[in-house]
Every structure is written in structure tokens, then in C-alpha cells.
Design a binder for this molecule. Sequence first.
Ligand code: BGC
Length: 906
Amino acid sequence: MKLSPPLSALLPLLLAAIASAAPQAASSAPSFTITATVTASSLSAAPTLSSPPVSTSIASSVSASVPNSSAEPSVSISTASSVSASSESGSASLSLSSFSISASASGSAVSSAAPTFNTGAGTETGIIFPSITPQSFTPFPIPSDTPIPNTFPETDPSSPPPVSDSGKVVPDFAQAWKAAYSKAKARVSKWTLEQKVNATTGVGWMGGLCVGNIPPIGDWDGLCLEDSPLGVRFADFVTAFPTGVNTAATFNRTMMRIRGEFMGAEHKGKGVHVALGPMMNMGRIAQGGRNWEGFGADPFLTGEAAYETILGMQASGVQACAKHFINNEQEHKRTQSSSNVDDRTQHEIYAHPFLRSVQAGVASVMCSYNLINDTYACDNDKLMNDVLKREFGFQGYVMSDWSAQHTTESAMTGLDMTMPGDITFNSGDSYFGGNLTAYVKNGTIPESRVDDMATRILAAWYYLGQDKRYPKVNFNAFHTLDPATNKHVDVQEDHFTIVRAIGAASTVLLKNTRHALPLNKPRSVVLVGNDAGPARNGPNGFGDRGGDDGILAMGWGSGTAQFPYLISPLEAIQTRARKDRSLVSWFLNNFDLNGAANAVQQQDVALVFVSADSGEGYITVDGNEGDRKNLTLWQNADNLIQTVANNNENTVVVVNSVGPAIVEPWIDHPNVTAVLWAGLSGQEAGNSIADVLYGAFNPSGRLPYTIAKRPEDYSAQLVLGGGPDDILSIPYDEGLAIDYRHFDAAGIEPRFEFGFGLSYTTFKYSNLQIARVSHSDHTSSSFESLWAQGKAAPPSPGSSAAIWLHRPAVQLKFDITNTGKVPGGEIAQVYVQHPKGAGEPPNVLKGFKDVLVGVGQTKTVEVTLSRYDLSVWDTVQQGWVRPKGDIKFAVGQSSREFRLRGTVPL
Ligand code: BGC
């Protein structure tokens, strides 16, 4: 079979045709639908193939689905001996002699189709490592924009600007960095090469009191690095804060900031210098094990949450760490997979939260375990040097994730610190340490680069004022009962108040019929489900929370903390029942359906509590190796809910889930009168849920991801498979179309869309006003006019963070009136709609504002958009450009419920 270019356009069609015609492996019932796509990225780019090993230059992916079966099909594609390519004078041809696909599965029939999984097909090139040739180094210039009074104030991280209504005031930390750099340089200049190298090299796994430790050098005490993004891990007398995903669901910048500030204060109180969070990976796949640590599936929301969290944490004096840089979107084979991402998608989706972190003045960034486009993240010159340090103007340091470093040359590709220091845990050697010293001595790595590494690390320490009376480390992460090293310092203060408030504000009301909620002094309440009560072995019964028993309030892995206590719904509701004089009963066994049916008879309301859990890949729970193996609720939940609903006509479902879950088996049951999506909200979980159930808090939380009707409706799936030595390829073929962007673009009806959430009251939107924002600073007017013509400003250090690009350019004002009977909070959302030719998804979130409105009251909301918010990344010009045509926007209550529309006057 001969093909002419454009090969890339024809190939998928061709292979789909072949796949459907191909003889399929003999299979027993049920029967299969097999679809195959082969992306010929390298072929289309270079029609110069003479005799390449085509089997490795074609990235293949194949998926199979088994209708009406719960089976997960096992599928393999074989192209190795059957595909060849050749090129003659600029045109490419491809011949396919045969093509075989085999698939097998077994399983029982269920009502919804099993998820479609892809298997990765290895790297295209093999792993690309940095070169070992001697190199020169010049530190990147520190971008220093002239501060513009009242708009971008010169700022010290200890006193960041107040939370801005529009979210568009970018603080200028340049002077604070400059002062820190000069102190750091002075100190580093007195250090020997070995001392400088020591500042970059952790002491080794479990070699100190914290999960990561930089040793003392001279009169400098070194550093303590400690997890997690929701509190101080492995310590007592600390607060277990709500997860990142719940914090995002509040869409409330003030809460994000306060949580950051309190977490920062607790880390500082324990003597931690560097708190290993926030985590800002994107929830690209719904099954992603660590999604709950992050801020949902939209880059803008994630970026705002990262920005506020970092400003809060660093205001308390602790160094924040933006992680994991970058494309660490699944747990399966996280150290042996290459996320293959195009430049535009990287900039607009995955790198954006890191840019916002740099704008928040973040002190450190953690490079991730995975490879990106066949190069390990911690070896990745393009991402660490070009994007993070040059284009974003990052002034702090990059540390490796724990054992994510692969070469000593990574010093030249932008890595500044290795954690925990040894090559593998307790291996006793290091890629930095003695090896880095040797590389400097033999001339491979210039000493000026080691100066830069040590300077960046010390500058971050000065920048946060950690040279001034910082507490000594007073806990021992690895020996929490050792009396000599654990001082059990109580750092909790009254931080539980924000935990409870965020828990309530992040709870999303998904369904409410027949005025089921709020509860009004019910005569009798029955709580059903294991998730309603306390865990049998206490809140910390599973190491790193690796198990699911009782109320689920965080996932598992390194992103956790010890609960000081954990309020279950059962406790909270009983406390309330005493006041209301309600009868309370409960039935916590999920598998005894007859028992559940009996327990809910003639009760005024049956509250069913269900969960779905996930976590980091080093722990497997019930066959879930970090990532979720499916999107169904755990512990027989669907059957439990249906049983209760069949036996009680006022069934209220409360879901504690790490992310989206399929609710189709019961969501339309007429007796399921209300559904609360409560996420994972930390130590006050039961109280927060009760606050919403009883109307003490009028729900205002919004979904930070889409809940689909079917797993296969999501644009990206978990990539499974791979032998012990294989590198999986994870093609980010969906590009910009993750989560709601895909559902909108493909016209797929979700069950509940991104940004959705009900209230106990109703709101009216009106009176939209649109204005350009003028300013008196003309230093960058040439860039602004280039932008207006659709051209990019030339790339330069810090160009993606430039003030002209990020200052408010358009102001939207509109009114929100509370038209219901109770006061309530509304989350107004602004979605930009780019002109057709821009290649953008139909709606992209670029603004939100929480507003509390009294009954009958009207409040005016203001949201500003910057030129950056209106831009797309131009891969040829390597800059942010305005797409040609009218840019429109829609304002509303969710990504689909629009109330006001307008056109951008720029
Ligand atoms: C995780 C990081 C964590 C580190 C230290 C790694 O396995 O990926 O998020 O900060 O361990 O515990």
C-alpha cells in the first residue's frame, strides 16, 4: 500500500480501516470493538526515512472496549515486522504488509461499558540524556521590571498584597530577590567547592530528621525539607488541612490564601524550612492517583490556587515548593514513562500553574519522576532552563523528586539540588556530592554553575528571612516516638476553624429535589455506609493513610499528614440531633444489603455515605496501584445506594471521593432526593458535611472537574502495561482538550459539568459592563501594539511573566442578585471564547469571583482579564499572541450555564 503526504492525516484512517478489516484473535463472548490509531508524528515531520527502525519511530496506541462487560480487555498491537517506510525526493511512502491486533477479556455483564485503556508503545528515540562534553555557564540575568505604583507594588514575601478581587495584582518580588542574592553571594563566596556542592546534595534517605535534609555548612544550619501539600507529614500536634482538590472546589481565593498561611506557620513552627507543596499537576486523567493533592482539572483554577497558597505559605516564612514539574499525571510507571506533550499544550495547560507560582515568588520547584518527550524531567534542559528559569524568570532553585535524578550532568540542564541525596535510597552514593565535585575538577561542569546552584539555594533562604531566628527542627519524621528528637511542639493554634470552613465551602450540592436539603429538624435520621463512621483502627490506622475505612478525609501517600483527630459524620450529626431532638440510628456495613434495607425503613431521611480512594503508587489498596483501576465508587457503594433508595423515599447521598466517579447507576433514582459531593476535607470532615446538610452553611462549592456519564467520555485515559525495563509512552494527543474543554469540543453531555454546583438560594445576573483598562506606563507600549496585531513580543528572560502581558487590560462588571429566601455565596465564572481559527476549545475559564449576597441584595462583581488571559501560545514565534478575530466571553454559574455574554474590546 503506497501513501503520499500528508502522511499524518491519512495514517489514522488507514489503520482504522485495517484494524476493522484485520482478522481478530479468536475470542469467547463477549465480543470486542477494536479501534486502533497510530500517530506518525516522526514520519510527518521528516519524510527522510530511508531504512529507519520503523517499529520504534511510529508511536502506536490501541484501545479496545468490551460492550456490556466489566472486563478490562488486554490488547496488544504488533507493528514491528509489518510496517516499513521509505522516502524518495521529499515524499514519503509507507507500506503495510500486514497488521495484527489481538485482544482478550473475560468478565460479567454490567450496565455500563468498561473503561478504555491505552497501552503505551515505548519511546520513539530511546531515553535522551544530557551530553557529557565540557560546557560553559553564565547565570541567567535577573529580570527586574520597574515597579508600577499601585498596580504591581514592590513586595517582600512576608507581606504579600491582600487577596485581590479580580486576582490580577501581580506582586513584584524582584527587589526582594535581589537583596537575597547579594547576601547569598557573599556567603557562598567564602565556601570551598566541596561546601558549595554540599549545599546542593541531600544527606541521603533517612539521614536526618526530615524527609529531605541539606547538611550544616560552616555556621549555616542547613535545611529541613518536609511534606506535604496539606500539612506537616510525620509529625504530631499538627492540623490535617483539607486536600488541594477541596480547596480548589471553594473557588475562594481568601480561603486558599489563609490555608496556605496556616500550613506555612505549622511547618515553620516545627522547624521546616521547605514545605513540599503545593502540588499542581493537572488531573489530566480522572484515574490519576494523586489528583486529590492538586487543584482540579483546569489550569486557570489550579494556577490561582497555587498562587494564593504560595503567597500564604511564604508569608508565614516557610519556603514553598511547586511540584511536580512537569506532566506527572499518573502513578503507573511514573519513573518509566514519557509524557509526550507538544509545546503549545505544555505552555497553555501544564506549565501555567508553575508560571503563576513564579509570579507568587515561589522559592523552589521540584522536578518530577517521569520523562517528557523522552528526556527525564530532572535532566530536561528545555523545561528547567529554557522555560522555568529563562522564560518564566524563576529565581529560586530546582530540587529533584526523591531519587528522580539520573545524571550528574543534570546540573547543566537546570537541576540545583538532589533529594534525598543518594542515587537510590541508602545506596551511599550520589550524582551530586563527590561526583559533582569531580565533574568540576575535570572540567566537565564549570564551577560558576555550582556557584549559581548554591547561590540560588541560599538566596531562597534569605529571601524568606530564614536567617532571622528560625525555629530549630523539633520533630523526627522517621522516629516519631524518639524522646530525644521529638519535642511534640503544638503548632495547631485554632487552624481547625479554616479546616471546617473550607470543608463546608468545598462541598458541592449536585442534586436537591423535593426540598430534601437543608434538613429541618427531621424526626429520625439513619446513617448508612462505612464512610459515615470512624475507622476501626483510628484515623491514622493505615501508614500514609493507605487504606479506606471510615470517613475518608484524605487520599494516601506522601501527600498526607497525621490526623490529630477526625470528626466523622456520625459524631457531627449526633451532636446536631441532640439539639433537634432527632432520633439517630446507623448501619455501617456496606455489604449486608438486607440489613441496610431493614435499617432505613420508615426513617424521615436516610443519609448514605460512600467513598472512592486513591494515592501514590508505592502503596496498593484493593488492587488500586495508586491510580484508580476504575471510576466506580468503592465498597459496594452503588448497590448500597440503590438498596437504600428502594427502601426509603428520602435518600440523601454524600460522596467522599478523590475525584470524579460514575454515578449513573443511581443518580436518577427518584428516591435519591439529594447528593452532596464532599471530597476529602481533612480533620473536620463530619462537621463540614453536617454544616451543609443542615443549612448552617449554604453550599457554594463548585466541581473542579467534570463528572462524566461514562469513563470513556474523558479525552485521556490511564496508560497501563509495560515490562520492567520498558519506558511507556504517554501521548498527550488530546492537546488542549482536557476535562470540560473536551466535552464542550466533542459535544459530549457530561453528568455534571466543571464549575457546577447548586445552592439553597437562587441568583440573577444582570447589567454587564465592559471597559478597557488604561494605565500611564508606556514603557511597553510597543509590545502592546505588537500584541494587538497578533504578533508576539520577542522571547527574553522573564518574557512570559512580563508585567505588560499580565496587567489588567479589560474589566468586566456585572450584578448578582440573590433572588431566593436565604443568604448565599455565588461563584461567578468567566469563560473566554476564542475565534474559530484560534484552535482553542470552545470555553476556557479565565476568571472567577466568590461573592456573598444577602436575600434580595444585589452585589456588583468585578473581574479583570489580562492580555495573557486572552492569548494563545505561538510555537513558531515562541510567545503569547492575540488570535485573529473577535474574542468573546461568557459569564455564568458553570462551564455550561452562561447568563451574560460580551465581546472583548481589544
Ligand atoms: C513524592 C513527592 C514527595 C517526596 C518526599 C516522592 O515520592 O513524589 O511528592 O515530596 O516523595 O516524600
